[in-house]
Design a protein around this ligand. Structure first.
Ligand SMILES: CC(=O)N[C@H]1[C@@H](OP(=O)(O)OP(=O)(O)OC[C@H]2O[C@@H](n3ccc(=O)[nH]c3=O)[C@H](O)[C@@H]2O)O[C@H](CO)[C@@H](O)[C@@H]1O[C@H](C)C(=O)N[C@@H](C)C(=O)N[C@H](CCC(=O)O)C(=O)O
Ligand SMILES: Nc1ncnc2c1ncn2[C@@H]1O[C@H](COP(=O)(O)OP(=O)(O)OP(=O)(O)O)[C@@H](O)[C@H]1O
Length: 486
């Protein structure tokens, strides 16, 4: 692309050096620079991108966008700007031809349920023959491929590149899981979201956001991101039963479609039958009432199902068409995933890592308890320490609790265990710092009629100890231990 085409997008800038005629790509990471690329310096939370200007030039960058005058040299053309993140969003969207405008874009946000709802939307679109993609905690998925992503919400350059691939693959839709950190850090800037979905808002990430108000504000920005151009067909899909939905509905001029268990919601469920391997209920929708059967356990998954159905209705699919494919959709990896093994206790691998998610996961298993419910909880690496006693309090409903770590990183194991212990409501628990040993203990300790719920690790297959990642899979360890019992 002509460099001047990009530079003309900016009103306030200072350019030094000879402007290269063309830009061959845009990068925020010097290690990815190729000949003729534009390198955008971003001040990060670990390091400052301005420190990598020389590296970027050595690798072939010919245009540098920076906020700090000190880095300017004669080795390249420099563009000094006020805010390089903003410039990056504009440059990269322009460079790739605004790909989100050619796709139906779903954005799913909320404290819990983003992955599950995104997974359901993606699987249902595919089943209905609407070629699609999704990007989030489980990685980038399209056409049977699954590639890991660093974040739940990827940086803007990765997302735009992904959308370009999705268009080249003739897809019509993409589902983005949008974390509050991703939104507030501008990782969604310039993405033309068509259907914004809200699951719920409860305690999490307060190490980052400090207050629930700021956390809510960050989530709300997704609904503001629908924009103001009312010639477009856009929708906000909101959980009627969550008090934050009202605030989010005020952030958009577009129609809101609500879901929940209240009869006031546009999509609501009643006559719910909870089963050990799913749920069945009566769904009431603007297109009539239908019986629904799913492989998703617990009330929270009834909400997730309603959110996905409402989002796909907003997209343009008929409710009876969506529901036709619902029985074939399996839970996402590590989300209330029941291990399949010949005998022994029922073991569930789950990703619950907030007080609300622990409560919901525990409550969804209680009706099936024959003898005891054993719950394993863990955390680490200084992540939102305030939530740990609250998680332990919710886990206390179980008959026996195994307190452990998860990705302890640089944090002292004793501190993590003590944080949890403060929230315990009874003394039927044990603290085991090493997670692998804790998982083994939970299974060894369980009788055949017990239920074991392993939370917080879900699909992940690594463990951060110190600054290094080691292989670790709750699922593999649990299956090994179960096999030893037979
Ligand atoms: C605190 C935070 O949000 N960090 C995110 C941020 O990275 P950063 O600011 O730390 O970047 P940095 O390492 O300081 O580097 C600064 C700049 O120098 C550049 N650099 C660096 C090294 C080098 O050799 N050359 C170079 O050019 C980097 O590319 C970058 O542009 O920008 C990166 C790119 O977008 C993110 O990957 C990274 O997420 C980190 C890994 C993270 O853990 N973030 C968490 C807080 C997060 O965002 N979590 C949510 C999920 C929450 C949930 O739902 O549970 C998420 O969306 O993932
Ligand atoms: N709607 C919901 N309400 C409360 N808890 C939920 C809900 N959906 C899922 N959960 C719980 O939260 C856990 C994580 O679910 P999921 O991965 O779908 O959420 P998420 O928002 O994507 O989380 P993260 O952003 O941390 O990946 C599940 O394993 C389950 O225990």
């Amino acid at each position: 692309m002509e460099t001047t085409e990009l530079l003309n997008l900016l009103k306030i800038k200072t350019v030094t050096g000879t402007i290269p005629s063309k830009v061959t790509g845009i990068q925020m990471d010097s290690r990815k620079i190729k000949h003729g690329n534009c390198f955008i310096c971003v001040v990060g939370s670990n390091v400052d991108g301005h420190d990598f200007v020389e590296d970027a030039i050595r690798r072939g960058a010919s245009l540098i966008v920076a906020e700090k005058r000190e880095v300017v040299s004669e080795s390249a053309c420099f563009v000094l700007v006020k805010d390089s993140m903003r410039v990056m969003a504009r440059f990269v969207q322009h460079f790739y031809g605004y790909p989100s405008s050619e796709l139906a874009v779903f954005g799913v946000t909320g404290t819990n349920g983003k992955t599950t709802v995104s997974h359901m939307i993606y699987e249902l679109l595919e089943a209905a023959g609407r070629k699609s993609a999704s990007s989030g905690t489980l990685g980038f998925r399209m056409d049977g491929i699954s590639e890991p992503t660093q974040n739940t919400t990827s940086d803007i350059i990765s997302s735009v590149e992904i959308m370009q691939r999705v268009i080249n693959n003739d897809c019509e839709a993409i589902v983005f899981e949008t974390s509050s950190q991703g939104i507030i850090n501008g990782r969604m800037w310039g993405i033309d979201v068509d259907i914004a979905v809200f699951t719920n808002l409860t305690h999490d990430h307060l190490d980052y956001h400090k207050t629930m108000e700021h956390y809510g504000y960050a989530k709300g920005l997704l609904f503001a991101q629908l924009g103001q151009d009312v010639r477009k067909e856009k929708y906000a899909v909101l959980n009627h039963d969550d008090p934050w939905a009202l605030a989010f509905s005020k952030m958009t001029p577009f129609e809101t479609i609500t879901y929940g268990l209240s009869e006031k919601a546009d999509f609501y469920a009643n006559r719910i039958e909870y089963k050990e391997n799913g749920a069945a209920f009566l769904l009431h929708s603007p297109q009539g009432s239908y019986t629904v059967s799913t492989s998703f356990i617990g009330e929270f998954n009834v909400y997730n199902t309603l959110a996905a159905v409402a989002a796909l209705y907003a997209y343009g699919l008929d409710v009876h068409v969506i529901l036709q494919y619902m029985p074939g959709v399996r839970p996402a990896s590590g989300r209330m995933e029941k291990l399949s093994h010949a005998s022994g206790p029922a073991v569930y691998i789950d990703y619950a890592h907030t007080p609300d998610a622990i409560e919901k996961a525990v409550n969804s298993l209680l009706p099936f308890k024959k003898e005891r419910l054993i719950v394993l909880i863990g955390s680490g690496n200084f992540r939102d320490r305030f939530k740990r006693p609250m998680m332990a309090e919710k886990a206390s409903v179980a008959d026996y609790v195994v307190i452990t770590t998860n990705n302890p990183g640089e944090e002292a194991v004793a501190t993590i265990l003590r944080d949890f212990e403060r929230g315990m409501r009874h003394d039927r628990y044990i603290c085991i710092g090493d997670r692998a040993e804790a998982v083994r203990h939970a299974i060894r300790h369980a009788a055949t009629n017990d239920i074991v719920l392993l939370t917080d690790k879900g699909h992940e297959n690594t463990m951060l100890i110190g600054s290094s990642y080691f292989p670790h899979s709750d699922k593999e360890i649990a299956l090994e231990q179960l096999n030893l019992r037979t």
